[in-house]
Ligand binder design. Structure first.
Ligand code: NAD
Ligand code: ZN
Ligand code: ZN
Length: 341
């Protein structure tokens, strides 16, 4: 079968000679409907975040059950499902609580399909256990694939700050890409806070306003922090969600976050922060959440089925993977690109 394979630093190739896996035991074989293209893939491809292995990319996956191992119950051929991405051990306490994104054994094992193990940028994908599947009912797997990450990750980050996102507060969203454009819609639907979006191009700022941001600021402007403080006034922003995570966006976050606020860095841009007592308001919680839980993914499916969030999709063929990654490097993708086998 055809697959988009990571061979090493800046070396991604579309190949045709991968054997279609046969599921055994608890495993499930999916016919892939769509695999989302996440910026984390670029960190792997360009910066070598996962080294030493050759594997099929794609960690945002959805499709239809094709074949099940002999121990699998509750699923049959044709069921439409999402693949929960961070594969834990399945046994430790966080995994039992469905938080496999924080599995105790994360440091000992590959992260999951598309992140060291074979992922979904292929015609078929082997999932190690039906525990990692979430049914999507009437949703189309092509459109639903990015729910597993581009929606789940911001959903989980927003949920942990929800009690601070009251109607008299402000939230700053930095980066209106795959994750950020869904974050704006989740905030619009489940929180009361006024939304200030930041990106570096005028089209992304206009897009942010369409999606529910009341204000849009270009974070390349040298006075971006002052512009944001002009909006928030003295109270500043109760929550900052940074979907870029480079040093300049982290700096911006520390300047605009309020006393007792949350500064949540989701982007894996490799930025640095040097703690400075006078540079950070008292009571700020700085966090770097990773993905979300299995049950939160079920809640995200609920948001999509109620049409409260809409993922802006561009569809591409597996053969076009390298062109799509190049467009992502240049910040040219609106919403999320999905590879469709
Ligand atoms: P994307 O490429 O789709 O979007 C990035 C957006 O940020 C673009 O709109 C770009 O114009 C904008 N941007 C770039 N530099 C900026 C700056 N200085 N200020 C403001 N905006 C800027 O990326 P994505 O797929 O949404 O991923 C975003 C980040 O989140 C990546 O670093 C990715 O690796 C990371 N990520 C983290 C997790 C997690 O669990 N922590 C999960 C998924 C993705
Ligand atoms: Zn991702
Ligand atoms: Zn575990």
């Amino acid at each position: 079968m055809k697959a988009v394979r990571f061979f090493g630093h800046k070396d991604v190739r579309v190949v045709n000679d991968i054997e279609r896996p046969v599921p055994k035991g608890d495993e499930v074989l999916l016919k892939i409907g769509g695999a989302g293209v996440c910026h984390s893939d670029l960190h792997i491809i360009d910066e070598g975040t996962v080294v030493g292995t050759v594997f099929t990319l794609g960690h945002e996956n959805a499709g239809w059950v094709e074949e099940i191992g002999e121990n699998v119950q509750g699923y049959k051929k044709g069921d439409a499902v999402l693949v929960y991405g961070p594969w834990g051990c399945g046994h430790c306490k966080p995994c039992q609580q469905s938080k496999e994104n924080y599995c105790d054994h994360q440091s000992e094992q590959a992260y999951g399909g598309g992140l060291g193990l074979d992922g979904g940028m292929a015609e078929y994908m082997l999932v190690p256990s039906s525990r990692l599947l979430v049914p999507i009912f009437d949703l189309d797997p092509i459109i639903a694939a990015p729910l597993t990450d581009a929606a789940l990750t911001p959903y989980s980050a927003i949920k942990r700050s929800l009690s601070k996102l009251m109607p008299d507060e402000y939230v700053v969203v930095i980066g209106v890409g795959g994750l950020g454009h869904v974050a704006l819609q989740i905030l619009r639907e489940i929180s009361g806070a006024a939304i200030i979006a930041c990106d570096v191009t005028e089209d992304k700022l206009a897009f942010a306003k369409e999606l529910g941001a009341q204000f849009a600021i270009n974070s390349k402007d040298v006075d971006a922090a002052e512009q944001i403080q002009k909006i928030t006034g003295i109270k500043k922003a109760k929550v900052v969600l940074d979907f870029v995570g480079v040093t300049s966006t982290i700096d911006l976050g520390t300047k605009v976050v309020s006393l007792d606020g949350d500064l949540t860095i989701i982007g894996l841009g490799g930025g640095h922060y040097q703690y400075n007592m006078n540079g950070l308001p008292f009571g700020v919680s700085m966090t770097n959440p990773y993905w979300g839980s299995r049950t939160e993914l079920m809640e995200v499916v609920g948001l999509a089925r109620q049409k409260k969030i809409h993922i802006e999709i561009e569809k591409h063929k597996l053969d076009d993977a390298n062109e799509v990654y190049e467009r992502m490097r240049q910040g040219k993708i609106k919403g999320r690109a999905v590879l469709v086998p």
